[in-house]
Ligand binder design. Sequence first.
Ligand SMILES: CC(C)(COP(=O)(O)OP(=O)(O)OC[C@H]1O[C@@H](n2cnc3c(N)ncnc32)[C@H](O)[C@@H]1OP(=O)(O)O)[C@@H](O)C(=O)NCCC(=O)NCCS
Length: 328
Amino acid sequence: MELFESLKEKIDGKNIKIVFPEALDQRILGAAVRLKAEKLLVPILIGNDVEVKQSAKEHGFDLSGIEIIDPKTYDAFDEMVNSFVERRKGKATEEKARELLLDENYFGTMLVYMDKADGLVSGAVHSTGDTVRPALQIIKTRPGVSRTSGAFIMLRGRGQEKYLFSDCAINVNPNAQELAEIAVESAKTAKMFGIEPKVALLSFSSKGSASSPEVDKVAEATKIAQELAPQFDFDGELQFDAAFVKTVAEQKVPGSKVAGEATVFVFPELQSGNIGYKIAQRFGGFEAVGPILQGLNKPVSDLSRGSVEEDVYKTAVITANQAIMEDE
Ligand SMILES: CC(C)(COP(=O)(O)OP(=O)(O)OC[C@H]1O[C@@H](n2cnc3c(N)ncnc32)[C@H](O)[C@@H]1OP(=O)(O)O)[C@@H](O)C(=O)NCCC(=O)NCCS
């Protein structure tokens, strides 16, 4: 079954609540209405009731049955303020909390934190920083994970070719420990989405063929990752061809459990990760699904501002899947 068909089946009728803070946007409204009509999830829109309904009317959408919450009139706002101040432990005064929680991303993220919703999808209008920062501050990473990171599922040919690339979205220059955690979280995400993880930590060197501090970092991260998660196979540092092409692997790294058949590709820092997934997408014809933020206590997804309605729809389906898979 195609990836999205199976992901939709998993959430069908489960009434998973997903918050959409950017409720005035046509792409968000279109996706929310479709997701509700198909009973895939329960959308919660954030914004002023009159303005959201006006925007829906202008774009020809019927919002009946969809909940709209306005931070300005939310009846549990005081409870939310207290919970935020408590969570930020001295980093925000009550006054600051009242101001921040009028922002739709902070407000929406608090709904998720307070278990009034299961996940959040934003970023069609906001930058990555504005979308992700509330999640980092409020929802935070799971125990044992110091950095959240962004993975892409790369699909080609009706999903026959399915790989995971990370971190392509968040950490500008992770150190060895952080890179190791990214590799471990990537293995878990891959498994969650039906990819048997064989994790390659990428470099411009394969097993000592070149030497530099950048290469040493990747080699060290590989060791740490293997210690952190012995249940998965990691190898590094590996060049992309050694990781992906069997004949090259046999020449460059004979005996590796990963080289030549890697399914999860971990980039050494954000520039190569972000460039790498875009090359696979634009030259290679892969569909890039994500970024899927990994390692958070509850799922929050950051859309690209170039997203179309279909991207919002698919991202919400993934986010809802993360919500149930993380509970399992
Ligand atoms: C994600 C990002 C926005 C966070 O930036 P920031 O707000 O400047 O982060 P700060 O250093 O001020 O930290 C804010 C909080 O988030 C936490 N945090 C920051 N990065 C984190 C990460 N990767 N994982 C987990 N927590 C993180 C900090 O510990 C801090 O928590 P605290 O306030 O409770 O102490 C930043 O790393 C970034 O801009 N990354 C690049 C994103 C990008 O441009 N991607 C392009 C392609 S999509």
